[in-house]
Design a protein around this ligand. Structure first.
Ligand code: SAM
Length: 322
């Protein structure tokens, strides 16, 4: 198809493409062409400072998204090569057939319950594709094997896990009190080989996968403890960081965290809060509990991690203990 285009040297191709994208000047329906050491970028109008020519360009073939095919946006989450459709999604079987045609999706599950119980798991049924619930998920250059019917997992915390890993320093002691299959612990251990990471979970299936994932990612500095965090941390006194990723009930374990964190150490505390009172009430409760142990707290970061439910947010407060 005939279009206006500009010719730029390949060396400055990417920066020019970005600059043109910013001013919405590129014709995204057409493919950029390469000619010797130049790129020919199809544009929608004359661009000041460039000589504009006319030439023939091929159309970009765009994959249709599930929403394009179905005529509505289905609610689902992809973890590795498995898609899990929301339990309230109508026409789930139709959605499953469409998802199965998507790149990389080999199995489609439907959530039968919400995430619940002490182990934070949900029941799922297999709707289409390969009959399995185990998958390999990649995040932040780590790999995690996990069974979606037996353990907790969400890809929606990947940025948060990277943020926490950025706060750690080599040589520090990190306690991940509710470690699941290890996405905080393993990332930190990989990034800081001289850190010592203690990862705890009560769910035997989560611990089985945690052990597998430690081997899979070849990290040598994760100490795994199976059991209740309340019982298995009695020997720890000087943790630099304590990760409390159990948002619905972390508050009940704060006494344990205060007992193991060292002075000036940091507790990464997760909770679910209403939009009208995201941090104040929770901070007050944390301060009161700290007071009982003769400690003071300094909130050094407060953030919304992700929306959780209508008007409810998953939040994190990084608390320095003084
Ligand atoms: N941090 C992991 C992640 O990001 O995927 C898992 C978080 S999940 C919300 C909470 C985990 O805490 C679950 O794997 C659950 O089995 C575990 N858990 C719940 N109560 C526990 C307790 N008292 N002691 C240790 N682990 C517990």
């Amino acid at each position: 198809m005939e279009s206006l285009y500009i010719r730029v040297s390949k060396n400055i191709g990417e920066q020019t493409r970005r600059a043109l994208t910013e001013i919405e000047a590129i014709d995204n329906d057409l493919k950029i062409k390469r000619e010797y050491d130049d790129l020919l970028i199809p544009v929608l109008r004359h661009i000041e400072g460039y000589e504009t020519c006319i030439g023939d360009f091929e159309n970009v073939i765009k994959d249709l998204s599930p929403a394009d095919i179905l005529g509505f946006s289905p609610a689902y989450e992809q973890i590795g090569d498995i898609a899990i459709i929301d339990r309230h999604q109508p026409k789930a079987q139709e959605v499953a057939q469409v998802l199965l045609k998507q790149n990389r999706i080999k199995t489609v599950l439907q959530a039968e319950t919400s995430v619940s119980g002490e182990y934070r798991t949900r029941s799922v049924s297999i709707l289409a594709g390969e009959k399995r619930t185990e998958t390999m998920y990649r995040e932040n250059e780590c790999r995690y094997l996990l069974d979606l019917s037996k353990v907790y997992f969400t890809p929606r915390l990947s940025t948060e896990r990277a943020r926490i890993a950025d706060k750690i320093h080599d040589g520090e002691i990190v306690v991940d009190m509710f470690a699941g299959v290890g996405p905080f612990s393993i990332l930190i251990a990989k990034k800081f080989p001289s850190a010592h990471v203690i990862a705890i979970d009560k769910n035997p299936d989560a611990v089985r996968y945690l052990k597998e994932n430690v081997l899979l990612n070849r990290v040598k500095n994760v100490e795994i403890r199976e059991g209740d965090s309340r019982d298995v941390l009695k020997d720890i006194k000087e943790a630099d960081h304590v990760i409390m990723n159990l948002p619905h009930s972390a508050i009940e374990f704060l006494d344990v965290a205060f007992g193991i964190v060292k002075k000036k150490g940091i507790i990464h505390f997760y909770a679910i809060a209403h939009e009208n009172d995201l941090f104040d009430s929770i901070l007050k409760k944390i301060g009161d509990i700290a007071g009982k142990y003769g400690l003071q707290i300094l909130p050094i970061d407060k953030r919304i991690v992700r929306p959780y439910a209508p008007y409810q947010f998953n939040i994190c407060i990084d608390i320095q203990v003084l």
